[in-house]
Write a protein that binds this ligand. Structure first.
Ligand SMILES: [Zn+2]
Ligand SMILES: [Zn+2]
Ligand SMILES: [Zn+2]
Length: 253
């Protein structure tokens, strides 16, 4: 399995519009973060988790030529806004692209991309096949995935476990029974926004506490705000098996 971070930034990305803080002004490419998304290659399949506003740029930058399915964590715009550009894969693959999401996410997609769900579709709109998922393990194009329910303030969000790899974003609480589903992962990706408290995202310390409970071999932090600090200096404060993710980082397992 090969996983690649297509984006590691919070909803506004880094640099943030009209901000001149040292992180937004940093020339270190690891401080330049598009909105969160992940590319997962497993068993010969190519999956994308979330299609945020930077989807097109991310696909081009990573040179991804095929997508077998898209999995959605939740309905927030920074995770869905780029879906229209799935059209490129419709043309290239001459087929609809399967989407996997919870019912309330599907409802939101139907509102935001109503034209893609019309009975009588205009030519050239995204061609998608929607599959509803919930708390039960499911198969995506023959690949087994375990969903992990996490809380994002009052919103339910899905994390996904593929074998030894677990991806969690936009959480600020994980129930014990869901933590059990993560245990045994070799690599855990988990969100942390910044060091100070936030209503709907883990802080760095809260994410480190989850990592200490799960005890993966390695953990990677994503969905990072400019308020977290410079990549290089924050990395030096972390335990030896914990890393700030950065755009373009690729891992094999
Ligand atoms: Zn988000
Ligand atoms: Zn800034
Ligand atoms: Zn969110």
């Amino acid at each position: 399995m090969q996983v690649r971070f297509l984006g590691t930034g919070t909803s506004q990305g880094i640099p943030m519009i009209a901000c001149s803080c040292e992180v937004c002004a940093s020339q270190d490419t690891r401080d330049q973060r598009l909105r969160v998304s992940m590319h997962i290659q497993v068993q010969g399949k190519s999956f994308i988790i979330d299609t945020g506003p930077d989807f097109r740029q991310q696909i081009l930058r990573a040179g991804i030529k095929r997508v077998d399915a898209v999995l959605f964590t939740h309905e927030h715009k920074d995770h869905t806004a780029g879906l229209d550009d799935i059209r490129g894969f419709n043309f290239a693959q001459q087929s609809a692209i399967p989407l996997y999401a919870r019912a309330q996410v599907i409802e939101q997609l139907k509102r935001e991309f109503a034209y893609a769900f019309d009975e009588n579709k205009y030519p050239g709109v995204p061609e998608i096949d929607v599959y509803e998922i919930d708390g039960q393990p499911f198969s995506v194009q023959g690949v087994q995935v375990t969903p992990i329910f996490v809380k994002h303030y009052f919103l339910d969000v899905l994390g996904f476990r593929f074998g030894d790899f677990t991806y969690i974003t936009d959480a600020n609480f994980i129930a014990d029974e869901e933590l059990e589903k993560i245990k045994g992962s070799k690599i855990l990706v988990i969100n942390a926004l910044r060091k100070t408290t936030h209503i709907s995202h883990f802080t760095l310390d809260e994410a480190l506490a989850v990592i200490a409970q799960v005890q993966p071999e390695q953990a990677y932090i994503t969905h990072i705000s400019h308020m977290m600090g410079l990549h290089d200096s924050v990395q030096q404060e972390l335990p030896p098996n914990v890393f700030l993710a950065y755009d373009g980082l690729s891992l094999s397992l």
